[in-house]
Ligand binder design. Structure first.
Ligand SMILES: *Cc1c(COP(=O)(O)O)cnc(C)c1O
Length: 333
């Protein structure tokens, strides 16, 4: 990989910690489970998009952009972090949001409050099935008329450039694994727009690591998610000139934990969020990491892992969303 061509901004002080989850491992009675705390990455209430943005914003600055434009759901961690990165760099930020079923309420809590606090320049709300890319291009054209220059970031920051953030994370994991003397057999992560999983697979392959990546889907079915991850894996490998085979079999996604759909709670998610909170004092989120942990728990119960395996769970962030789902958890014991 060409280090100069892929320079990045730096939004986190150092590597995020890897911790052993003694109590959770004991409660489940399966393999040894560890956690990589990417919920402690920099920018406003961190999470996996921070790593992608380190490369994306570098690219934007090099192109001379003065405004970042991106898109997502109203409670998108990616939109919040893109706005935070823009603020940090002295850039403007415009967002395209899809309208939630309950209607768009700019007075609502969660991200709305944060978009307001950090000063998003413009928020365009489009119907849930609207064309986010077309809307972003419209905003970019309007800026061009004013002599400004926008940099467009796709959903979840999952372009090839953004995916480099998780190649770098894989490198970080490999180094930590060496220092700790703990070779990981599996890395388990939530998978949505695919950059996290694709980057991890590419980065681990680049280091000839034996760790296998398991993605737990948060929206699509297995077939379409595996295809999406594999395509991004190949195009990212091509961008960085990664040699060697990257067969489709490297991509494994589990779709049993999605439930009725994206961001819709499941009993397994509620159990997983509660279990982590009560065994380890770690907060997961209802949309991504809660379902990913439900997947990990389900796989342990199915006997997927050997007792001697070492499984690394990637905490991709998202806990701010917990507060917008209070009743889901408070109606439980
Ligand atoms: C976006 C997101 C994911 C999914 O990562 P992708 O790279 O989009 O697959 C997982 N967890 C959280 C908290 C996220 O915000």
């Amino acid at each position: 990989m060409n280090q100069i061509r892929y320079a990045r901004r730096s939004y986190t002080g150092g590597p995020t910690p890897i911790e052993k989850l003694e109590r959770l491992s004991e409660a489940l009675g399966g393999p040894a489970i560890y956690i990589k705390r990417d919920d402690q990455l920099g920018l406003a209430a961190g999470g996996n998009k921070t790593r992608k943005l380190e490369y994306l914003v570098e690219d934007a600055l090099r192109q001379g952009a003065d405004t970042l434009i991106t898109c997502g759901a109203v409670q998108s961690n990616h939109c919040r972090l893109t706005l935070a990165a823009a603020v940090r760099e002295g850039l403007s930020c415009q967002l395209v949001l899809t309208e939630p079923e309950s209607g768009y309420d700019p007075q609502a809590s969660g991200n709305h409050l944060l978009f307001h606090l950090m000063g998003a320049e413009k928020i365009a709300v489009i119907p849930a099935d609207g064309d986010m890319q077309a809307e972003m291009e419209k905003l970019a054209d309007a800026l061009k008329q004013e002599g400004r220059k926008a940099y467009l970031i796709p959903v979840g920051g999952s372009s090839e450039i953004g995916t480099l953030g998780y190649m770098a994370c894989a490198e970080e994991i490999e180094q930590q694994s060496l220092v700790m003397g703990v070779p990981f057999d599996y890395v388990v992560t939530a998978t949505g727009s695919a950059g996290t999983q694709a980057g991890l697979i590419a980065g681990l392959a680049a280091r000839q690591s034996n760790a296998a990546v398991i993605g737990i889907n948060v929206s699509r079915d297995r077939e379409s998610q595996e295809k999406k991850v594999h395509e991004l894996l190949l195009s990212t490998a091509e961008l960085v000139g990664l040699k060697g085979d990257l067969p489709r079999e490297l991509v494994r996604c589990e779709d049993e934990y999605v439930g009725p759909g994206y961001a819709i709670p499941t009993p397994e998610m509620v159990e997983a969020v509660k279990l982590l909170a009560r065994t380890e004092g770690i907060l997961l989120d209802p949309v991504y990491t809660g379902k990913a942990m439900a997947g990990l728990i389900g796989l342990v119960r199915k006997g997927t892992f050997r007792p001697e395996d070492r499984v690394l769970f990637l905490h991709t962030g998202g806990a701010p969303a917990l507060y917008t789902y209070a009743e889901t958890f408070l109606s439980e014991k």
